[in-house]
Design a protein around this ligand. Structure first.
Ligand SMILES: C[S@@+](CC[C@H](N)C(=O)[O-])C[C@H]1O[C@@H](n2cnc3c(N)ncnc32)[C@H](O)[C@@H]1O
Ligand SMILES: Nc1nc2[nH]cc(C(=O)O)c2c(=O)[nH]1
Ligand code: SF4
Ligand SMILES: [Mg+2]
Length: 222
């Protein structure tokens, strides 16, 4: 017999891709925190981060590999997540991961916007776009190609520079985002000391690009 004190999410969760999960009503959450957006166009703005579990892209330099296994992270309901966001002063919400577009983000983004929040996403673009977004940051990866529909929705293209071949690769993707999209080159963290001088020189020669740094790592904040 199931004890009546169980939450509906606790009953549904053991069945994996249950109705609740696939409909986007329940999402695997690795961590959530209120901090300062450290990267790209919105750098410096306060934002609440929701990091969803699950990623099949496999970047060898990924700085959050603990996120990859969706089943390792407990599921939360959309109302639970919205309530957690509203406990803080800020109304910018970053949905990241993992690869957040492995989940249906329609219900979460609708509820956040209804509560007066701005919805921002960090995505590789490798899965179909779901949800309604105030800011879409696409960071394409060589390991699993971004979909044209996600590149077309980008407000921001943020290419990680690991080695010298990444500049030409960045230009290929810049040609696939809207002309209004902001273009960023961000050094891969472990290679920053080596690649940043080349990256700086590239931006000086190609001023349509901007430098993005992972400023939260320098600030030692989440
Ligand atoms: C952890 S990913 C999660 C969102 C999504 N999977 C993606 O890759 O865009 C968040 C951001 O961190 C960037 N990133 C991940 N590891 C990095 C590293 N070692 N150095 C610099 N940026 C990194 C990604 O490119 C992405 O822009
Ligand atoms: N402060 C802060 N800014 C970020 N911008 C993108 C991040 C991410 O991991 O998606 C991130 C993060 O993990 N922390
Ligand atoms: S797509 Fe994002 S979360 Fe997935 S491995 Fe690459 S950087 Fe990590
Ligand atoms: Mg990060």
């Amino acid at each position: 017999m199931i004890p009546v004190t169980l939450l509906s999410s606790e009953i549904i969760a053991p069945f994996g891709e249950s109705a609740g999960l696939s409909s986007g009503a329940l999402l695997p959450v690795m961590e959530q925190f209120y901090t300062i957006q450290g990267e790209g166009y919105n750098t410096g703005r306060a934002a609440y981060f929701i990091r969803l579990g699950g990623c099949d892209v496999g970047c060898h330099w990924c700085d959050v590999k603990e996120s990859w296994d969706a089943d390792a992270h407990p599921r939360q309901s959309v109302p639970q997540l919205v309530e957690a966001v509203l406990e803080h002063a800020g109304r910018n919400v970053v949905i990241t991961g993992g690869e957040p577009l492995m989940h249906d983000l329609g219900p979460l983004t609708a509820a956040l916007q209804a509560a007066g929040c701005r919805t921002w996403i960090e995505t590789s673009g490798a899965h179909p776009l779901s949800g309604t977004w105030d800011w879409v940051c696409v960071s394409p990866k060589k390991f699993k190609a971004p979909l044209p529909e996600v590149l077309a929705a980008a407000h921001e293209l943020k290419v990680i520079v690991f080695n010298g071949t990444d500049f030409a690769w960045a230009e290929e993707h810049a040609a696939q985002v809207p002309g209004t999209a902001r273009l960023y080159l961000q050094p891969e963290w472990s290679r920053a000391a080596r690649m940043t001088p080349e990256l700086v020189e590239y931006v000086k020669q190609h001023p349509q690009w901007q430098v993005s740094l992972q400023t939260h790592k320098y600030l030692d904040i989440p």
